[in-house]
Structure formats: C-alpha cells, structure tokens
Design a protein around this ligand. Structure first.
Ligand SMILES: [Zn+2]
Length: 854
C-alpha cells in the first residue's frame, strides 16, 4: 500500500512530462506525413485489397506465398499483420505448458514490485482438432490426479477430473495432406481474450485491457517453444485521481512438455524442498494416496556413464543446468554473481554429478538469447528501488521437473546489504563502517545472495533452523567460522552477518557459505536411483535422512509465519538467543558513539547517520524478537516412527527464565543508551516512509518500542502456550508459569513504588505502558472470538492451534490478577513520592478501576 502511494505521486509527474513530449513528436510526425500523403494512400489501398483477399480465400498456397513464416514447434505465419499457428496433428493432445511473464513495466508498476522477468501465470493446455465443426479446441487440465492406465478406476478418474475448454479457433486452412490446421491467434495475445494470459487478474491489478491500445508485437518459434510478445494497456485511477494508462509488456511461452515424464521424487517433511501436490488413485488401494513431489531439475547420468555413476565415480549429467547473466548487470558484480552460482557445483558432487552448473554471459553463440524465453534461465538485473531478490522456477506440474528458473535481482538490494553489514559487523571490521564499501566487500555479500537465490531455483526452501546448530561461542572462533563457512551450515537460512563475534576475536569469515546441510539436501533430492519407482525409493530416502537425524548440522527448521519454535527464526545466529543477543548488544553499544564518525561526509547533512541510528534500533529489536520466541516456545520436531524423538518439546523452563530476564533488562527497562544517547542533539533516527523521510523523537520512540515489547510478551497466544507447556513438560522437570512472568514484570516495573521512592519520567512511562497494555489487551480478550483463518503463510508449517477460545482461558484471569496486584500497591503508596509521582498514581488507579469495572 505504502509503495503504491509513492509510485502514484511520481507517476503523475512523469505522466505530465510524457504528455509534453508526446505533443511535440506528434506535431513533427504530422508534417512528415503530409509530405508523404500520396504514397500512403496507395499503400492503404494495397493493404485493404490484401486483407479482403486473405479473408476470402485463405489457402495453404496463400500462406506459403504471402505469409512470412517462422518454423519451429508450430510454424508461425505472419500474414498482413495477423498471426497464424500451423498446428500439426503430431502435436494434437500433447501436453503444453503456457508460461506468462512480465517483460516490461512502466514506472508506477515498478513501485508495486512488478518487474521484468517475473512469471505470473502457468497452465497446462492441449490442442484438439475437430474436423466436423472445422475447429481447433484448446483445453486445460489440472494434472495433479493420476492413476494407472490399466486400472478400472481410471475411467472414473477421467470422468471426475476432466479437461475444461478454454478457447476455440476456426480452422482457416489445412496443408496439402490435411495433417495440419491453420488458426488465427491474434485474439489470445492482443488482450481480447484472457484464455492464455490474464495479466490483470494474476497481478492483482484488476480492471480490463484496452484492446485498441494493445498490440501483439512479435511471435518467435523455436523447436520446443513459441515465444509471443504483447504490449497490453490498461488504466488505473487511484484515490479518485485521473485515470493513468499503464502498458505492460507480456511474454507468453508455449512449451512442449516431454512425453517421457521425469520420475518424481516424493517430498519429506524433514528436508526443505518446494513441492507440487499429487493425488494417486489405483484399484488396489483403500484410500487415495496424497503426495507432494519435490521440484528439481532433471539430472541423470548419460547412458554410457550409468555403471560408473552407480560405482560412485563423479560423472557429468546428461543435461547441465545453465544460467545466463542478464547483459544489463553492472560488470563489477558479474564475477561475484557467477561465483555464487558455481559454488553449488560442490554440492552436486554429493549427488554424484560434476560440472553440473554452468554460467554464461550471452554472446554471439546465442543469437536467440531472450530473457523471456523459457529455454534460458536468467539472472535478471532489475533497475528498481526494491531492496530484494527472488528465485522463482517454472515447473512441469506432472513431475515437479524444473524447466527453467529466473532470479530477479533488484538494484537496491545493495542498499539493504550495506545497512546489515555495517550494523552487524562494523564493530569488528573497519572496512564495514564506510558509507560506500569496497567492491570486494559488497561483492562478497552479492556472492552470498546469489548463492541463496540460486539455492531456491534448485528447489530448496529456507532452512531457518540451520543457524541453531552452531554454538554461540563457536561464532567467536576464527578457526571454526573459517572452517565451517560463516554463520550457519545452510546458506538457505537467513543467517546474515556475524554479529556475535567481538573485536578481539579477529574473526574474518563473516558471510554465510554453502554448508553441510545444503550439500546433504542436494544429495537427497538429486542422487539418481536406477530402476526404482518413486514409491520404491521411499525406504532409501528415509535411510538417507535417518543416517543424520541426531546431528544438529543436518537439522531442517522450516520458516514459520508466527514463531513457535525459537530454533527456526530469521536473522538469528547460534544455539542460544540470549547469549548471542548479549554479544550483539555489546557490538551495538560500540556503534552509537561512532554514528557521526562512521558516516562523516564534509558538507552533507546527517541523513546517513540518522539511517545508521535507525538500523541500530532495528537490530536491537531483532534481538528482542529472537529472545522473546523462547518464552512460551515449543520445539516442533518433524518425527517419524522409529526415530524415538518427541514431536512437541517445551523450551526448558530455565531457558525461558533467562529470556525473560534479558527482556526485562535490555528491552523493558528504559534503554537510555539507545533512545536518549548524547547524539540526539544532532540526529534523530529516520525511516524512509513512502511519503518521505520520517524522523522519530527520542522519548516517544522509547515509549513506542517499549509498548511493543510488553505487548508481545503478554500476548494472549503466548500466555496460552505457556499454559500448554506445563502439560507437555516431562514429570519432575521445572515449569515456567504465567504467574512467574507477571511477578517478574511487577517486581521490575514497580520496584521504586514498592520502596516509596519518587519516579522519574522514564519510570512513569514504563508503568503507564504496562498498565495500558494489560487494560487494552483485557478489553480485546473479552470480545467475541473469531476463528483464525489459515493463511498461505501459516500453511508453510504445522498449523497448530494453541489458542482456541482464549476468552475462557486463564489468560484473562491472569491479566486481571496482574492489574489487581498493581492497583492494591498503588492504593497503598499513593501518598508517597513527589508531586508528579502522586499525580501519576492517581491517574493509574482511575484507569485500572475503570477497566476492572467495565
Ligand atoms: Zn530466500
């Protein structure tokens, strides 16, 4: 939402400019046209004649004579501006995949995060020839339901999971022996029909295509695919403003899928691969078998190498995986991006393949190179303010085979990397303190992102649990971090830069590398198994996992929408969040006095210092989250029969107590070192909001951040998990209780009140925040409970309900008791302290009484 606002503001200015230029060029065009008036009338007449001609007597001969043909999967004819496919009978009923991608966007959509290279829609289609009605029908099917051809149930599968018609074409001509059909295809690519591509619905833009402002620009035909380029125009009006035209370049690929379908591999919850769902029906079963196929490239040894491969000799795969680097990539980053990709070759050796991955910069030997052509996997460089990167793939839905992958690399990603590196490693690396880094330092970060994104294009999901396997103190060891490759055994974790290491440790390898888990995951997904079906492979795959199940380096911790398992968090490091965060805080405290030094640029304002200040606050907040997740945390293990593990294990009570102690000390008590340092006479923290820079005043910032921490800590879901954990905890183990939590908070926040001392402004802020959170939260709790909907995000991992009907749980009772305890103290002490303190007490008393009575 934020982004669109800004985009819109800029877009209006841009639009006015554009109109200004358009007026001039139109004017110039007219004078030129007038001179050529005579010629153009004759041309138009010719065109009209030929169109009439074409409509009346389209014949094979006519196409051969007048049509401009491009031979390939289908021969494509351009006849007076119309496009025709010649569909041969050999392709009738074959599986084809339609892949739609964005190939250009105007300014306003760039701001929405839409960029060249993004695939927005894929569907499986088949062409059928109808000689009776003289038509070609196009049907689509969801291929997720399968059954053996010879089984009786297959008849029913066909009837119940059939194809749907999405398009029809008149057959305009046939070849001499009638083994092909000519169809005119303009309508499916010029925005008139949505059957093959529906950019507006699929990108959430809505509205409709203005066909008179849309063009079918080009059709190319290659042996295994057709590439069609269109420019489609719509208009949007935001916030009651004038309608703005938006033209989006769309590339539609029609790709022939292999008859010889790749053997799928079934997914396993204990290892992180993206998946494609599949349902198997058969006569012998008593229940339909539902599986997920992992998405992966088709890597097989060449027939002549099979024997050696099976003996354990490294061989080259039949088809290597080739990545092309977008020619628009700034040249100084190309070697680092390349390195990030090629480093994966080591991982594929664990699967028995060598030289699996190649990186090319498109040159003369690739005359057909096109970023939007699905035969090319491209690392696309997007000029954009977006600070991100992504690695999506085009997948054969019948087998999970990755046909092509693209990485989108947004230019301003480097801004984000710079900020992280400076705030996380500036204290231990003088190089990482500057406003601009050396190419080597930035290049190393780019290498890391390149490896991570390429990892996604091999099918790998995030492994947010990987970093948990390294002991915190090992992250301070120069030899350990150099030997083990940075901060985690998986580059698919969000384990960024080593914030744990202290200046005296002299750690140098601060950036993650492809690690033990990554190699194991690639071996598991890609090792080729001869002569076994996907079902028959299952025991082997299970053994490969069981072999390492007790080694933390092989742990897979899925990404979580809401963090329940504190081991699997993003941006955290090490096996102990409290200890890691304490080291991190020591480093942050080294930055604050240096905010101006590190960012110094003569004659410049303090914007960069203000940004760095905000980055320090964000990093402090990250540590709070990492520690917080331990309170009411549950280790969620992906277990199977035979491994002897527990599926649900509460975080040990002592660990929860340490976490609470950390939060009270470093997040709830007023953090004056962070929010009111001496530097605030020169700089306030700044955030780049969509409507411009937004500066934060120190005291109100302290208050807001403190509220957030307390709110999060006594969150009803968390309190209810603390209750559940008391049941899950093994007999005789100590338990962490809600009572303990509220008592600790009470003692810390009301310590001075208990002693009858006067409160300063920060003490009063803290007490007000605590009372406010409890009162507001109690009100919310009493509202009618809505059932939580399951979002796409929460489906990523076990969707466990810890908070059914919170209204009647002990959570509300505990919060009421906590307020009553405060009230009784305040009533006793209301005459103690200075005037401001007594006024504060009277105010709190009336607020609590009002809340308890309503
Ligand atoms: Zn990622």
């Amino acid at each position: 939402m934020d982004k669109s606002l800004r985009a819109c503001v800029y877009f209006r200015q841009f639009f006015i400019l554009l109109a200004f230029f358009a007026y001039h060029s139109q004017f110039a065009q007219k004078t030129k046209d007038q001179k050529e008036d005579k010629n153009s009338t004759e041309d138009i007449k010719k065109v009209i004649d030929s169109i009439a001609d074409a409509d009346q007597e389209l014949s094979y001969q006519h196409f051969l004579k007048k049509g401009n043909v491009k031979k390939g999967l289908f021969n494509v004819y351009n006849l007076e501006g119309d496009y025709y496919f010649e569909i041969p009978d050999s392709l009738v009923a074959r599986d084809l995949l339609v892949v739609n991608k964005i190939s250009s966007v105007p300014y306003a959509l760039n701001g929405h995060g839409l960029n060249k290279g993004m695939a927005f829609e894929t569907k499986l289609i088949r062409f059928y020839k109808d000689t009776v009605l003289n038509k070609v029908w196009v049907k689509t099917i969801n291929p997720r339901v399968q059954s053996p051809t010879s089984d009786a149930i297959t008849r029913s599968v066909k009837a119940n999971f059939g194809e749907s018609i999405i398009e029809e074409f008149d057959i305009k001509a046939k070849n001499t022996d009638s083994t092909s059909a000519f169809i005119k295809v303009n309508k499916i690519f010029n925005g008139k029909e949505k059957s093959f591509s529906d950019i507006l619905a699929n990108t959430g833009l809505g509205g409709s295509i203005k066909t008179e402002l849309s063009i079918l620009e080009e059709v190319k035909s290659f042996p295994e695919n057709i590439v069609v380029k269109s420019l489609l125009t719509t208009s949007v009006s935001e916030g009651g403003g004038p309608a703005l035209p938006l033209s989006i370049g769309v590339t539609t690929n029609i790709v022939l899928l292999p008859i010889d379908i790749m053997k799928p591999r079934f997914a396993d919850k204990r290892i992180g691969y993206f998946g494609t769902p599949m349902d198997y029906f058969s006569d012998i079963q008593q229940e339909v078998e539902t599986r997920e196929l992992i998405t992966r490239w088709r890597l097989e040894p060449k027939p002549e190498d099979i024997k050696r491969y099976n003996e354990g000799v490294l061989v080259e795969p039949k088809e290597p995986i080739i990545y092309y680097i977008d020619p628009s990539t700034p040249p100084q980053w190309v070697p680092y991006i390349k390195k990030g990709v090629l480093n994966w070759n080591k991982a594929f050796e664990e699967a028995g393949f060598k030289n699996t991955i190649q990186v090319k910069v498109p040159g003369k030997e690739d005359p057909d190179f096109d970023v939007d052509d699905v035969r090319y996997s491209v690392i696309t460089y997007a000029a954009s303010e977006n600070q991100n990167a992504m690695g999506p793939s085009v997948v054969d839905p019948r087998s999970g085979q990755i046909l092509e992958s693209d990485i989108i690399w947004w230019h301003n990603l480097m801004k984000g990397l710079h900020s992280w590196i400076r705030v996380q490693t500036g204290p231990i690396d003088p190089e990482a303190r500057a406003n601009t880094f050396s190419n080597e330092l930035m290049g190393e970060a780019i290498r890391f992102v390149s490896s991570h994104e390429v990892g996604h294009t091999f099918g790998l999901k995030h492994n947010m649990g990987a970093s948990h396997s390294y002991p915190v103190d090992s992250l301070r060891s120069r030899s350990f971090t150099s030997r083990m490759g940075g901060t985690a055994p998986s580059i698919m974790d969000y384990a960024r830069f080593n914030y744990v290491a202290q200046p005296e440790d002299n750690v140098i390898d601060i950036t993650p590398e492809i690690g033990v888990y990554d190699k194991y995951a690639i071996a598991w997904g890609y090792r080729w198994i001869e002569d076994k079906t996907a079902q028959e492979e299952l025991p082997i795959l299970n053994q490969w996992i069981r072999k390492h199940e007790d080694d933390p380096l092989y742990f897979y911790g899925p990404q979580q929408a809401e963090v329940i398992d504190p081991r699997s968090q993003s941006e955290d490091l090490g096996d102990d969040a409290v200890k890691a965060s304490e080291y991190g805080l020591q480093n942050l405290k080294r930055i604050i006095p240096n905010l101006l030094n590190w960012t110094h640029e003569e004659g410049q304002d303090y914007y960069k210092a203000s940004k760095l200040y905000k980055a320090v606050i964000d990093q402090w907040e990250r540590y709070n989250h990492h520690v917080m997740a331990n309170i009411g945390g549950v280790y969620l293990n992906n277990t199977v029969y035979g491994d002897g593990k527990d599926s649900y294990v509460p975080v040990p009570a002592t660990q929860q107590e340490r976490a609470l102690e950390y939060l009270i000390e470093h997040a709830i008590k007023p953090q004056k070192w962070l929010f009111t340092p001496e530097i605030t006479d020169k700089i306030f923290a700044v955030r780049d909001a969509p409507d411009g820079e937004r500066y934060y005043s120190p005291v109100s910032m302290l208050r807001i951040y403190q509220t957030n921490v307390i709110y999060d800590l006594v969150d009803t879901d968390r309190i209810m998990r603390i209750t559940e954990n008391q049941v899950l905890e093994k007999k005789d183990n100590p338990v962490f209780t809600e009572q303990y939590l509220f008592d600790q908070l009470y003692d810390a926040i009301f310590e001075k009140t208990q002693k009858g001392k006067s409160l300063d402004m920060f003490d009063r802020i803290t007490q007000k925040n605590y009372v406010d959170v409890l009162t507001v939260d109690r009100n919310k709790l009493l509202e009618k409970t809505k059932e939580n909907t399951v979002s796409e995000n929460s489906k990523q991992f076990k969707n466990i309900h810890f908070s059914y009907l919170p209204r009647v749980s002990d959570a509300g009772t505990n919060k009421r008791a906590a307020l009553e305890k405060v009230l009784s103290l305040l009533k006793k002490k209301k005459k103690r302290g200075d005037q401001a303190t007594r006024a504060h007490y009277r105010d709190l008393i009336s607020r609590i009484e009002y809340n308890l009575n309503h």
